[in-house]
Design a protein around this ligand. Structure first.
Ligand code: 5BU
Length: 461
């Protein structure tokens, strides 16, 4: 079978379709490619494996993998034809047994060739590579059957990987067009659509006016030469305002956990607002909303605290799905959120796929999402994490101290410099400041160290 015949065959079995399809991201696409059913056509499966063998014959690698599920049966056939060992990574986390993430035999530093069916943006390829690297495997090359991306090759190159493909979208469209399977109009529509996906994420096109809170925060950072957020987790109002008096000039945001206060009363909010005005900072209640839309709507606006009256932004867990944003913000103006895309505590259950879903939802809801709360184990880890953000969304980072370390309850700390170098736009500091003898002085040190690093980073951009 030639590649041309293969493409026509794909269309025949319904693996390539033209029409209107809603993608995972909610975007409507004029075409759809799904190679899953190909395994039930032995001749096609055999052919695709031969194409792949020809493509990778001269490459150097020790083991082969296919990304589950679609590419796994394809990769096993390729491995068998090439007499190379096959390994694969579990798609689901395993909570029992050995908990082994990778099935099959491999040695530390083994070079693994990764096979997949398609590439659309490159994001999930990078995630796979990173997950395998965590297990001691070296990944350099990806081979896909169809490259349907606009700039997947570039994306992977930027992350340090090579992309090879059996065929590109252009080649596929040309073949179908030449064979009268699609019209010129359909072909152009697909090309336009693929290009438009690129434009959406162009950083030069970020419109901050869509989210006034993001704009306000970025202005405050510049004006106060500060990237510092104080997390004032104390139990008495007296102490709260005593510390705030000293630290107020150093911060751009004050993060509260209002339900920690033992002596909360009606005087608290007006006083807090006065301080915010006097020292020019944003009030940020770290409420971590996580329930269904209807419940969070009430939790945000009603009850004793009436958070939406005074807190300009709040934290949100996306675990209940996108509806939480509707529940929180519909009908309110000038309010925004930060989504928990990673946590700083040891053993937390957030994984890469969850983080990615948070990015997708935020991308669609920029009006009410200013960015993410996230953490990382070192500069490289944070950089990779931040590189996946939709442009214009900010990273606030807790778990930061002057020195690396941890507390007795699983909190993990990195240094101010690591956080900012990695890409944090603001650092969130609690005990590192309010737990000190002179919180004002220490806050100044945090602010200066963060600002110095931030200026260095922004100059390099
Ligand atoms: P610390 O005293 O600097 O450890 O306080 C950190 C604050 O940030 C505290 O209020 C936490 O509730 C908050 N936090 C965090 O530490 N880690 C996270 O992943 C998230 C919030 Br989300």
């Amino acid at each position: 079978m030639t590649k041309k015949q293969f493409i026509l065959e794909l269309e025949k079995i319904g693996a390539i379709k033209f029409g209107k399809f809603t993608l995972k991201s909610g975007i409507i696409s004029p075409f759809y490619i799904d190679l899953r059913d190909m395994i039930s056509y032995p001749e096609m499966l055999d052919n695709v494996a031969d194409f792949l063998v020809r493509r990778i014959k001269k490459m150097e690698f020790d083991v082969i993998t296919g990304i589950p599920y679609t590419a796994l049966p394809i990769a096993s056939l390729v491995a068998s034809k090439m007499k190379k060992p096959l390994i694969y990574m579990r798609k689901e986390e395993k909570a029992y047994g050995t908990g082994k993430k990778i099935i099959g035999k491999f040695k530390e530093k083994d070079k693994c060739l990764v096979i997949d069916d398609l590439i659309t943006t490159g994001e999930s390829k990078i995630e796979t590579a990173e997950a395998m690297e965590k297990e001691g495997i070296v990944v350099q090359d990806f081979v896909v059957v169809i490259d349907r991306s606009a700039n997947g090759k570039e994306q992977l190159k930027n992350a340090g990987y090579n992309l090879h493909s059996i065929m590109t979208l252009d080649k596929m469209l040309d073949t179908l067009y030449d064979n009268y399977s699609i019209t010129r109009c359909q072909k152009d529509e697909v090309i336009e659509f693929t290009k438009s996906l690129l434009k959406k994420d162009d950083p030069s096109k970020i419109d901050y006016s869509i989210n006034p809170l993001t704009k306000k925060l970025l202005n405050l950072i510049k004006k106060k030469k500060s990237n510092l957020i104080l997390s004032l987790d104390v139990e008495k109002q007296d102490e709260f305002f005593k510390i705030l008096d000293k630290v107020g000039p150093e911060i751009v945001m004050l993060k509260t956990h209002v339900d920690i206060l033992e002596d909360y009363d009606e005087k608290f909010v007006p006083r807090l607002k006065e301080y915010a005005k006097k020292f020019d900072f944003i009030i940020f209640e770290d409420r971590k909303f996580a329930d269904i839309g209807n419940t969070v709507r009430m939790q945000y606006r009603s009850g004793i605290y009436k958070i939406s009256d005074w807190s300009e932004c709040v934290t949100v867990h996306m675990v209940a799905g996108e509806g939480i944003l509707k529940g929180l913000f519909d009908g309110l103006e000038g309010r925004s959120s930060f989504v928990l895309a990673r946590m700083s505590s040891k053993g937390n259950l957030i994984n890469e796929a969850y983080s990615r879903k948070c990015f997708d939802i935020a991308r669609k809801n920029r009006k009410v999402v200013s960015g993410f709360i996230g953490h990382g184990k070192d500069v490289e880890d944070i950089r990779k994490f931040k590189a996946k953000f939709p442009p214009g969304l900010l990273l606030l980072m807790p778990g930061v101290k002057l020195e690396k370390g941890s507390d007795a309850m699983g909190q993990q700390y990195i240094t101010v410099e690591e956080a900012i170098q990695g890409g944090a736009d603001c650092i969130i500091v609690g005990r590192g400041i309010y737990g000190q003898k002179d919180p004002g002085e220490v806050a100044k040190i945090y602010r200066e160290r963060a600002w110095k690093e931030y200026e260095k980073r922004e100059r390099k951009r």
